[in-house]
Design a protein around this ligand. Structure first.
Ligand code: AMP
Ligand code: GLY
Length: 429
């Protein structure tokens, strides 16, 4: 098969690494890719939002399958444009991707279909929004309606913080048009889980659950990021919980989208809080999570390509157990630029990748990197994901951090507690 992968972050490096292992692959291109992806694919000088360029390349090179990694081009309608050229695409239409592209759309869909989620209201008027905050009481969460690179959910511990978040979004327009409408919602307590399913129209197949570490600092302190580390599997997400989530959330959601004329085709990320009253939706995303995808890929035992192809061609997915994950746990530690998730410098030389990758079970997936004058340099907020799979969680954590210790660039920052809480709950194993 001739495959084009769209994207150039850690998620896409993990996908490229896995796709390239398939004996079915004849050619793999990535647009734009990155220096890590370049080890598995030919990287093209095409941006993820260059719809005409991507369609032209794919039709001109007889591409059999386009796999779209990131949300922004999906929300903008890339999959629709590619399908209009007769291409098979793994990734939802613009209408279905609105489940991530507009929090208000997602929340209204859940409300209409009785899907459990936090109590909420949608606002554009700051005074009315502040009144609603007083009705809800703190803590609460203020979210930009549109995409904000993982930074659009502001958790407010007090009403003063909520007032400030509303001012930031609705008055100072710190998030531009994305934040001109906000969703204000109740704060949910409980372990947070990222659950993934592949959806082909009305059919869903379970993939795997992972746990992200969202904030920049240890012990869940500081502002939210795109994700600073991940692990899988998640002990709290057992078979009974999976069955409950399938029946109360996944099935009604994919039915609702199909019934409303937006059948889903791709990976659906179900962000959950396992509250005392049961699992509730924190958010939906229209793609694999990052860094979650890195731990999913190193645990996946089978060939990924037939699954991606079946979804892209809207075929019935093979069953009963089409996604076969190893029982071995995996951990990913993200290494970020200094200052992230705020402004950060780029161009710092990165060393030690070869040494880190030499550790058994460790893969270093590149996210914000570039090659300059033959040297590997930083080029983004999240720079690398050091991902390890091992016989138990303690060993996976140790291997990932050993990898991190072998890597260096100026000002690198990472959390030192990825997996620590899960390890405590598992009694040290
Ligand atoms: P989102 O942008 O919706 O993905 O939210 C980012 C992160 O903010 C989530 O992964 C949670 O950790 C946190 N968060 C969002 N909504 C809530 C909520 N209602 N209650 C508690 N935490 C939340
Ligand atoms: N790790 C969170 C996300 O991909 O949205």
């Amino acid at each position: 098969m001739r495959i084009l992968l769209v994207g150039g972050g850690g998620r896409e490096h993990a996908l490229a690494w896995k796709i390239a292992q398939s004996p079915l692959v004849e050619h793999l291109w990535a647009a734009p890719g990155n220096p890590g992806i370049a080890k598995h694919a030919r990287c093209l000088d095409l941006a993820v939002d260059d719809v005409d360029g991507l369609a032209g390349f794919a039709t001109g090179h007889d591409v059999d399958l386009v796999v779209v990694g990131p949300e922004a081009p999906l929300v903008a309608g890339l999959a629709d444009s590619l399908r209009a050229h007769g291409l098979a695409v793994f990734g939802p239409s613009k209408a279905a991707a609105a489940i991530e592209g507009s929090k208000a759309f997602a929340k209204d869909l859940m409300a209409r279909h009785g899907i459990p989620t936090a109590r909420f209201a949608t606002h554009t008027d700051p005074a009315v929004a502040r009144r609603y905050c007083r009705e809800l009481g703190a803590p609460l969460v203020v979210k930009t309606d549109g995409l904000a690179a993982g930074k659009g959910a502001i958790v407010c511990r007090t009403l003063e913080e909520a007032d400030e978040a509303i001012a930031q979004c609705l008055e100072r327009r710190a998030f531009g048009a994305s934040g001109a409408t906000v969703v204000v919602e109740e704060f949910l307590h409980g372990p947070e889980v990222s659950y993934f399913v592949l959806v082909s129209g009305r059919q869903a197949i379970p993939v795997d659950a992972a746990q992200d570490h969202k904030t920049i600092f240890d012990d869940d302190r500081g502002p939210n990021t795109g994700g600073m580390g991940a692990l899988a599997p998640v002990a709290a997400f057992d078979a009974a919980m999976q069955a409950r989530v399938t029946a109360s959330i996944v099935e009604p959601t994919i039915r609702a989208l199909a019934d409303e004329g937006a059948p889903y085709q791709g990976a659906l990320y179900v962000g959950l809080m396992l509250t005392k009253e049961g699992p509730k939706v924190v958010e939906f995303n229209c793609r694999f999570g990052d860094p979650e995808c890195q731990v999913l890929m190193v645990r996946m035992q089978d060939d990924l390509v037939p699954l991606l192809g079946a979804v892209a061609r809207a075929e019935r997915l093979p069953s009963p157990k089409p996604w076969n994950a190893t029982g071995r746990p995996a951990v990913c530690v993200n290494v970020a630029s200094p200052g992230y998730p705020g402004p950060y410098p780029t161009g710092a030389e990165i060393t030690g990748l070869v040494d880190a990758s030499a550790i058994p079970g460790v893969e270093v997936f590149q996210a914000g990197t570039a090659r300059r004058d033959g040297r590997l340099v930083t080029a983004g907020g999240r720079v690398l994901g050091v991902t390890a799979v091992a016989d138990d969680l303690a060993a996976a954590i140790a291997a990932a951090y050993e990898g991190v210790r072998r890597i260096h660039f100026e000002g690198m920052q990472y959390r030192t507690d990825i997996g620590r809480r899960a390890l405590g709950e598992a009694g040290g194993r």
